[in-house]
Ligand binder design. Structure first.
Ligand SMILES: O=c1[nH]c(=O)n([C@H]2C[C@H](O)[C@@H](COP(=O)(O)O)O2)cc1CO
Ligand SMILES: [Zn+2]
Length: 158
């Protein structure tokens, strides 16, 4: 009889997104993204990080009233990194992401052809960027659904 303790596709791809988030050096919010094509092949992954040339050990991760000294001026969002890392077309792709995308990422997702977004956290709900993001998503005909991911315990871990 087959193993009954296998994970679903949602758990699998969100699990990859969560694992990617663990690479992030952001001291506050670590975001991970995993993009699959309509054949359920992973075609892109990413996490929020500094652009090449900026050291994580210099002071780029601070929040500062001076925008030029704030992380927001520099960080590449997880979704943007995933799109940039994509090895193939993202037409009709599904994005698994640990945090609902902001408006800047949503622009890129729409233009890249992503058709579905599966997310976990919605912590920015109500903020202007979240409202703009949702507006764009709806106009572009992108579906979204929120899932929770329980800790996955493998037989071999017990
Ligand atoms: O769509 C997103 N993708 C993404 O990677 N991020 C990143 C940017 C920052 O490094 C971090 C948000 O930081 P904070 O929660 O301290 O504002 O999450 C944030 C959002 C939503 O704003
Ligand atoms: Zn973003």
């Amino acid at each position: 009889m087959k193993n009954q303790n296998y994970i679903s596709w949602d758990q699998y791809f969100m699990g990859v997104a969560k694992l990617s988030a663990l690479r992030s050096k952001d001291p506050n919010t670590q975001v991970g993204a995993c993009i699959i094509n309509p054949d359920r092949r992973i075609v892109a992954i990413g996490y929020n990080g500094l652009p090449m040339g900026l050291s994580d050990d210099e002071d780029f991760w601070q929040k500062n009233e001076d925008y030029s000294k704030s992380k927001y001026a520099y960080v590449v969002h997880a979704e943007a990194n995933a799109i940039l890392n994509a090895t193939t077309s993202l037409k009709d792709a599904t994005l698994y992401v640990t945090l609902f995308p902001c408006n800047e990422c949503m622009k890129l997702l729409v233009q890249a052809g992503v058709k579905e977004i599966v997310y976990m956290s919605d912590k920015d709900k109500g903020k202007e960027s979240h409202i703009a993001s949702t507006t764009m998503m709806k106009k572009a005909g992108i579906k979204a659904r929120q899932i929770q991911l329980e800790t996955i315990v493998l037989e071999t871990d017990k």
